[in-house]
Design a protein around this ligand. Structure first.
Ligand code: ASP
Length: 328
């Protein structure tokens, strides 16, 4: 059997974190060069050839438009290159779900693209990064991995971009998959898919944007008034995601202000500040009357990414935006 060649894109994050002194708390995300991580992986004798390409060495809290453009470009070239079987992106965990969803929405599902991170820095005792990395190599080199969209490998699980979210700040078991469970269980020696690919051979769902519009997340709190909504319009927000209470609720004055935004052509998506659960249409909020959109299974961070991609592609009508959120 031929060994797959896998492009490994580095962005930094805790998986490349250094300076913990083994047992310390503080560290620098991206302190370790990608070449050094890949050299460590090479020494594990994995059944793949790895080609490193460093995009950045930063904490993923600082990842944004420039890195997203670079990642999309590198992935697009790799998908078109017959020598490359799959792509791994080493990424900080804070915004992994956002990068994963952006790429999932804008890349074809013809080869595996796998994000991998770690909760403990590379030089910490009990570091999880090499284990997760070896798992990611297993996934990216697997011939059954294509057609599943962009994936995230953490803690021996393979999660779909649309379902993955960071749910804990520091435990190594930090990621959850909602509303669907993991796609597979993985170890460096085994990979068990739980079902067939859900996007076999699929083309990209949206063109990669020429630029990203300003979309803000507004978190609801008891007793708040409508002034934060006015402030967001004042700084030129082109879309708003409400991180609402419960099923995407907010005080009546806030909902009225958001309805005025929607009426003026600024789409408003209601998500929830609750850790997990669906936000459905017309439950306690009269979405039909107010012109609002329900985020369904997407939490605020991922709802913002989808809304940015939709607005960038000229999709702002509430019904069309709702259809995109319903499609998951
Ligand atoms: N702040 C880090 C980052 O997202 C945390 C991590 O990687 O786990 O880059």
């Amino acid at each position: 059997m031929t060994r797959p060649t896998i492009l490994v894109l580095g962005t930094g994050g805790t998986i490349a974190g250094a300076g913990s002194g083994g047992t310390g708390v503080a560290y620098r995300p991206g302190g370790v060069a990608l070449e050094s991580l890949v050299a460590h992986l090479g020494a594990l004798g994995l059944a793949a050839d790895l080609v490193p390409e460093e995009i950045a060495r930063i904490g993923s809290q600082d990842i944004g438009w420039a890195e997203w453009q670079a990642l999309h470009g590198a992935c697009t070239r790799a998908l078109a290159d017959p020598r490359i079987a799959g792509v791994i992106i080493a990424h900080g965990t804070d915004t992994a779900e956002e990068t994963a969803l952006l790429l999932d929405l804008t890349l074809p599902a013809t080869k595996p693209v796998v994000l991998v991170g770690a909760m403990r820095p590379a030089d910490a005792v009990g570091a999880d990064g090499m284990r997760n990395f070896a798992n990611a190599v297993k996934v990216a080199g697997d011939r059954h991995a294509a057609g599943r969209g962009v994936m995230l490998v953490m803690g021996d699980a393979v999660l779909a971009a649309r379902d993955a979210r960071k749910a804990a700040t520091s435990s190594i078991d930090a990621f959850r998959s909602f509303p669907r469970g993991p796609l597979a269980r993985v170890t460096p020696a085994s990979l068990d898919w739980f079902g067939p690919p859900h996007r076999p051979g699929a083309a990209a769902r949206y063109p990669f944007p020429a630029e990203l519009p300003r979309v803000a997340i507004l978190t609801a709190g008891a007793g708040m008034d409508a002034r934060p909504v006015e402030a967001l319009l004042g700084i030129g927000a082109r879309g708003i995601v409400l991180a609402g209470m419960g099923q995407g609720n907010a005080p009546a004055v806030v909902l009225e202000a958001l309805a005025r935004c929607a009426a003026s052509g600024v789409p408003v998506v209601r998500a929830t500040r609750v850790d997990e659960g669906l936000v459905d249409r017309n439950v306690e909020v009269a979405d039909d009357a107010l012109g609002l959109v329900a985020a369904r299974a997407l939490g605020p961070a991922k709802a913002r990414v989808l809304l940015m991609v939709l607005i960038a592609n000229g999709i702002t009508d509430p019904q069309a935006v709702q259809a995109a959120f319903d499609a998951g």
